[in-house]
Design a protein around this ligand. Structure first.
Ligand SMILES: [Zn+2]
Length: 292
């Protein structure tokens, strides 16, 4: 998970206007109707009309798991517009299924019949997510440590009072996940040993099953294998090969590439502890070998 698109709200809205000049006016009409009614209610939503804004800002990657999503050119996009705070209701998060059973020593917030209806059309409540993260896992859950915020409270105030347990790596009010989560090989781990930072990292890893989804582990393994081989080429006798290798490392570890946070953690490890980086390379190479 990486930080995406550190834009002010005004900059984000300008991008929305460039895609659909009338969208924010239509969205405001709907928002006002929800506030008057005290709930989210509509037959057909319009947030998908501005989906490409978020696809572009996120370099066509899922905001939570960094998988590259397709379908942009055909119009059959694999991206869903995700509401970080659920728009219609909040249900109790049942914890992911694990053996032994996973529970926390802290509560994760009370449910809500109305959700955060006043944020249904707030662009700072949006991001693009894959179906594995959004439809399968995020759903109507929004675990928090503090009390559930009351209607029409703005996002900055909600963030301060609710203490969301999930990291949201988007927008000016979001988090920088690389201050919370690092990677040891393909495995996501909290950076901090204690405190709120550790709790938020661990819940985010558990919530989105970042270490249990084979597609994510395979993505990270492929990135590490490629990065290891590229790092080796920086020692090549031919200066042109060396230069190409350094350029490739920049690309592999840039936000444009899949699993960039994992790639950056592996590059840092290769510089400080090359023996450990070699052992991880051997592990991922074995992992990626086709089963016979
Ligand atoms: Zn995802």
């Amino acid at each position: 998970m990486i930080r995406y698109a550190v834009l002010s709200k005004a900059e984000l809205e300008a991008r929305v206007d460039a895609v659909d000049a009338g969208w924010r006016t239509r969205a405001a009409t709907r928002r006002n109707a929800f506030i008057a009614a005290g709930k989210f209610q509509e037959d057909a939503s319009i947030w998908s009309d501005v989906k490409t804004v978020f696809m572009d800002l996120q370099h066509d990657k899922c905001v939570f798991c960094e998988r590259v999503l397709g379908g942009k050119l055909t119009g059959k996009s694999e991206h869903d517009v995700e509401h970080f705070r659920p728009k219609g209701r909040v249900t109790n998060w049942p914890y992911p299924k694990r053996t032994p059973k996973l529970t926390y020593a802290f509560g994760t917030g009370v449910p809500s019949n109305t959700g955060y209806y006043w944020l249904a059309y707030d662009v700072e409540n949006y991001a693009c997510a894959c179906k594995g993260c959004n439809s399968d896992r995020k759903r109507d859950y929004f675990p928090i440590l503090g009390p559930r915020g009351v209607a029409t409270t703005d996002i900055a105030t909600l963030n301060a009072s609710e203490t969301p347990l999930l990291l949201f790596p988007h927008g000016s009010l979001g988090d920088n996940p690389e201050l919370f989560i690092t990677f040891e090989g393909v495995i996501a781990k909290p950076i901090h040993a204690t405190g709120l930072e550790k709790i938020r990292a661990q819940v985010t890893i558990d919530f989105f099953s970042l270490n249990d989804r084979e597609e994510l582990l395979a993505d990270r393994a492929r990135v590490i294998r490629e990065l290891f081989k590229t790092i080796r080429l920086t020692s090549d006798q031919d200066p042109a090969v060396q230069s190409a290798a350094y350029r490739d490392i920049d690309t592999i570890t840039s936000n444009l590439s899949p699993q960039a946070a994992c790639a950056r953690a592996y590059l840092a490890l290769a510089k400080t502890t090359p023996q450990k980086a070699w052992e991880i390379y051997l592990d991922v190479d074995r992992y990626l070998k086709p089963a016979r």
